[in-house]
Design a binder for this molecule. Structure first.
Ligand code: NAP
Length: 282
């Protein structure tokens, strides 16, 4: 029976550490969150971020804009926040409405204030191995592996999904820790053959029931990043949790695994950016 990787508990510890470090700084770190439109899921994510900021002694600046906001207005707001000394991190809640060019928005955020690490400059730093911040979800996965002493070096790591926000940075992080990494996607020929070789399997696809027990190696660490709605309406991941936990060595639950870690790492990214900026001012 697998050890359950408790992301909720670890995230709480990280928030407590961030709160203590933030309280010791001359100025409270600040995170600006921009939400365009009224997508209910995005509204919930933004509310959660505000709650996390409160717990972490981080000042939260919320900017809720109507769905018909022009790209120009959004770019003007980002430029103001880039120049605001109270703001250490800027996050635009994705997705933005279709009339707004997402790439242009992400590029407009000053790389030093890029709390999500989506700016091309930070992506470049990631590839060369030295970014100040990493994208929150894959870094949260690495912190879970570290906390539970799951070795990466020399292990075969298989990542399902190659998105810019999860799959690709996940592969880079595992590679940085000397894992041997395979990245699978919708064009992968024999997915089960790849997953069965994994000592560490990370699934970030978004398909209920994608990973069954027969696709998992005995004793593997199985990390489920996905956040899907199951047939019963409840949240679930890509992995058949009940069956796979009988076979895996470690497994993340959904919810309560990677999700809370993503939120906690965002807080840590804002703290890191703030510490860097406050030191620069001295
Ligand atoms: P995404 O942009 O839709 O990417 C999904 C990836 O899965 C794509 O690379 C796609 O391949 C690949 N894929 C599709 N079908 C596949 C298959 N049958 N076998 C292997 N790969 C397949 O999604 P995302 O933004 O990365 O998010 C992935 C999941 O993680 C979603 O459920 C999302 O809700 C969740 N998520 C959770 C958190 C968290 O904090 N827990 C954070 C972010 C995302 P192609 O590239 O070939 O299309």
């Amino acid at each position: 029976m697998a050890v359950i990787l408790d992301g909720k508990a670890l995230a709480k510890t990280i928030r407590q550490q961030v709160a203590a470090e933030a309280a010791a700084l001359p100025r409270r770190p600040g995170l600006a969150v921009i939400l365009v439109g009224e997508d209910p899921a995005s509204q919930l994510y933004v509310r959660n971020k505000e709650k996390d900021c409160q717990q972490c002694n981080i000042q939260s600046f919320e900017h809720k804009l109507p769905a018909d906001t022009t790209e120009e207005t959004l770019l003007t707001l980002i430029a103001q926040l880039n120049n605001d000394p109270a703001v250490d991190g800027i996050l635009v809640q994705l997705p933005v409405p279709p009339h707004i060019h997402e790439k242009r928005i992400l590029r407009a955020i000053c790389p030093d204030k890029d709390a999500d690490a989506f700016h091309p400059e930070n992506v470049g730093e990631m590839v060369t191995g030295n970014p100040v911040v990493w994208p929150c979800t894959p870094f949260g996965v690495m912190e879970l592996l570290r906390a539970y002493h799951i070795p990466v070096a020399g292990k075969h790591c298989v990542v399902l999904g190659r998105s810019n926000i999860v799959g690709k940075p996940m592969a880079l992080l595992l590679l940085r820790d000397n894992g041997t990494v395979t990245v699978c996607h919708s064009g992968t020929g024999d997915l089960a053959a790849e997953t069965r070789r994994a000592d560490i399997l990370v699934s970030a696809v978004g398909k209920v029931g994608l990973v069954s027990a027969d696709m998992v190696k005995e004793g593997a660490a199985v990390i489920d990043v996905a956040m899907n709605r199951g047939p019963d309406g409840n949240f679930c991941g890509d992995v058949d949790f009940a069956a796979v936990k009988q076979k895996a060595g470690w497994i993340t639950p959904v919810p309560g695994g990677v999700g809370p870690m993503t939120r906690a790492i965002l807080m840590r990214n804002v703290l890191a950016a703030s510490k860097a900026r406050q030191r620069l001012k001295k």
